[in-house]
Design a protein around this ligand. Structure first.
Ligand SMILES: *Cc1c(COP(=O)(O)O)cnc(C)c1O
Length: 363
């Protein structure tokens, strides 16, 4: 049996007719960018998260960098972010000329909130939390710090659609929640797409202006904006998927539970969820000090895996200019060397999962 790390086609076939009907409806409508589908999706996604406003954008990275731009954070400013995140989180900061200040992750692969305070300086303007792999960060502690030091709070929710902390949805704790709907995300489009949610009407308005060349009224430009508009077809397809988010999320949690219960191998550490937090399991990430031989072994059995992520941002070539070296963030570096995402996707069969479980247990 050949098992790929992810199967986006399965997610399509789950609701094939609805997706195809919606795509045809949009194609036939004659309106393709920023229209009624986008407006409806924004309302429905705001509702889903419990935020007052949602603004559709072209990608998750756009959500992040425009967020810092709108908050006026740039050259000379520092933004705190975890050291083991996907590089896009960091690019959202540095595209604006601001400096990322890395904080090591905890055992849940999220920012270690107890290590944030020591990194706050006069230049710190914001904290960017990343709810990595689908689990919420420890938001009570993070929010308390942003209040104490008057910092902005931006959430990278690219992997956490529907994950909660103390029953509150990620994306709604701070100024701006940034979402990606890249096809592999839990709420995925069929191409690139993104959005922000916020409770601040002014911020929502600024995003609307910014995403469309800084124009409020056609051909009258208030600021130097960008093109980060959301397509009607993506918004329409996202509406279809969003209407099934409850069962899609439950399915992923059920798959994770089967892994939790079925995997038994002393060489492998399973993921855990913090009290008060929930995970929507964007990835099911195990940790193994013999990762290379595990990958090799699983490859021989035709089981695909992915490393999220093999190089922490501070060691990435792109960030050589920050001047970090190996050993500066040992926890992030250890994770980069030992984590492994095993197959997990909507539409995964029990037979496929049993095959993966048996293989890993025999490693
Ligand atoms: C996917 C992702 C992004 C970027 O989203 P895009 O839509 O690909 O631009 C940002 N942060 C994290 C944590 C991600 O996983």
């Amino acid at each position: 049996m050949k098992i790929m790390p992810n199967r986006l086609d399965r997610g399509f076939y789950l609701y094939q007719k609805e997706f195809e009907d919606k795509a045809l409806e949009v194609l036939r409508s004659g309106w393709y960018v920023l229209g009624n589908e986008v407006k409806c999706f924004e309302e429905e996604f705001a509702n889903y998260t419990g935020a007052k406003h949602c603004v559709g954008l072209a990608s998750g990275l756009d959500a992040l960098w425009i967020a810092f731009r709108i908050l006026g954070i740039g050259k000379g400013d520092e933004v705190i972010v975890q050291s083991n995140t996907y590089i896009a989180s960091v690019m959202g900061i540095t595209i604006n000329g601001a400096t990322p200040v890395f904080v090591e992750p905890d055992e849940f692969y999220n920012i270690d909130a107890s290590k944030i305070e020591e990194k706050i300086t006069d230049k710190t303007k914001a904290i960017l939390v990343v709810h990595l792999y689908g689990q919420s960060c420890k938001m009570d502690e993070v929010v308390a710090l942003t209040k104490k030091y008057h910092l902005r709070l931006v959430e990278d929710c690219a992997q956490s659609h529907g994950a909660k902390f103390n029953n509150q949805m990620t994306g709604t704790f701070g100024d701006i929640g940034c979402f990606s709907f890249y096809p592999s995300k839990n709420l995925g489009a069929f191409g690139d797409a993104g959005a922000i949610v916020t409770n601040d009407e002014k911020i929502a308005e600024d995003f609307r202006v910014y995403r469309n060349y800084g124009s409020e009224k056609r051909y009258y430009n208030r600021v130097v904006g960008t093109n980060s508009r959301l397509d009607e077809i993506q918004a329409g397809l996202l509406r279809v998927r969003l209407s099934h988010m409850k069962e899609l999320t439950e399915e992923k949690i059920a798959i994770a539970k089967r892994y939790d219960e079925g995997l038994h191998n002393s060489k492998i550490k399973l993921p855990t969820v913090r009290e008060g937090a929930t995970s929507i399991y964007h990835q099911y990430v195990i940790k193994c000090s013999e990762r290379e031989s595990l990958i090799q072994y699983l490859t021989e059995k035709e089981i695909g895996t992915i490393i999220h992520y093999p190089i922490p941002p501070h060691l990435s070539e792109a960030y050589a200019y920050l001047g970090y070296t190996t050993g500066d963030f040992p926890i992030a570096e250890d994770y980069a060397d030992t984590v492994l995402s095993i197959p997990m996707y909507n539409g995964m069969t029990e037979e496929e999962q049993t095959f993966v479980i048996n293989a890993i247990n025999k490693f």
